[in-house]
Design a protein around this ligand. Structure first.
Ligand code: NCD
Ligand code: ZN
Length: 334
């Protein structure tokens, strides 16, 4: 049995730099036609110069694969001129609350002082992508942040806002109230709950921000995605860290899902008998909301089980050593 993914997109992706960039980028480039690249490098991507050199490093890492890197700039105060110049080279600005996740120290400390830049984004029609968590109790962070989304969506009705990697039923409720808001959903938040990470022996490979939530939240996310919600987009949030940064006292947050993303999604949708809803989630919803026309690319998968390796060089992948029912068909095979 075969499934052809037409122009699949990963709308939230960490590709890192240097050796890690070379190691992880080919997984995304072979499975997807394009991806939204996060700017939280050790030194954030917050200028057009840095963005251009990062983009060219990504293109080198892609080799011959057809893969469009949709670049983001790290949110800070930008002038109108800066944004006008950057507009054609970015898909949006990515806003992190300061210190909330990996490499976000340069993020926003005072949400009362972002209005000027946000107004420019609305005026220039540049989407705003947000990591929506407060610094509160870890299970409540997303819920506590929702009033910020609500305020921005109401005050800037023409601004397109993306709630990144939503994990709660409350975020879904908010999504339905604002046409100018969309959201990404990861693979891992569709598959795991807090129990998988910390209910038995502790699993650093499953520790990420936002943290995996309750079975009820996972069910609500699954239902919305599998029913084909028109403003939900796949974003893996694949976030590789070397094992020495995961298996240590200060475990870094991030699930490295790039190697398994598309096969595991096909399996999930097939098991729910919803394969017809997959194209919206992995491609057309994102194209419509972001108004992008990615390069056409058919990615073929076949129903043939494979075992996910225990590691790829220094990094443990999501679903390591598990069997996935679908795999990518090597190009050129029939
Ligand atoms: C991401 C990372 O490692 O860059 N980590 C994560 O747990 N998701 C950052 C982020 O998207 O929060
Ligand atoms: Zn992320």
């Amino acid at each position: 049995m075969e499934f052809i993914a037409e122009t699949p997109l990963d709308m939230h992706l960490h590709l890192r730099e240097e050796e890690m960039l070379s190691l992880v980028t080919p997984f995304s480039a072979e499975q997807f036609a394009g991806g939204v690249v996060m700017p939280n490098l050790v030194e954030p991507v917050d200028s057009l110069d840095r963005l251009r050199s990062y983009r060219s490093a990504i293109q080198t890492a892609c080799g011959n694969a057809v893969f469009h890197p949709y670049m983001t700039l790290f949110f800070r105060d930008y002038s109108r001129q800066e944004l006008m110049t950057a507009r054609d080279e970015i898909i949006g600005l990515k806003l992190y609350p300061a210190g909330i996740t990996t490499q976000s120290e340069a993020g926003v400390r005072d949400f009362n002082r972002i209005e000027k830049t946000v107004a420019l984004l609305e005026e220039l029609d540049i989407p705003l992508l947000i990591h929506g968590e407060t610094a509160g109790f870890v299970m409540d962070r997303e819920k506590e942040f929702l009033p910020v989304y609500e305020r921005l969506a109401g005050a800037f009705p023409r601004l397109r806002i993306v709630m990144e990697h939503i994990t709660t039923s409350e975020a879904l409720t908010l999504l339905d109230r604002f046409d100018n808001v969309a959201a990404t959903v990861t693979l891992h938040h569709l598959l795991i709950t807090l129990d998988d990470m910390a209910g038995d022996l502790l699993r650093p490979d499953l520790f990420c921000k936002p943290i995996a939530k309750t079975p009820r939240d996972r069910e609500a996310l699954r239902r919305a995605v599998l029913e084909g919600h028109p403003r939900l987009m796949f974003g893996s949030d694949s976030a590789p860290h070397p094992r020495h940064r995961k298996e240590c006292l200060d475990c870094a947050a991030g699930v490295f899902s790039a190697p398994v993303a598309l096969p595991a999604l096909v399996q999930l949708f097939e098991e729910a008998d919803c394969l017809d809803k997959l194209p919206a989630f992995i491609s057309t919803n994102a194209q419509r909301f972001y108004r992008i026309s990615p390069p056409a690319k058919n990615v073929r998968l076949e129903r043939r089980p494979w075992q996910v390796p225990e590691h790829y060089e220094t990094v443990t992948p999501f679903l390591a050593e598990k069997t996935i029912a679908w795999r990518l068909k090597p190009s050129g095979s029939d």
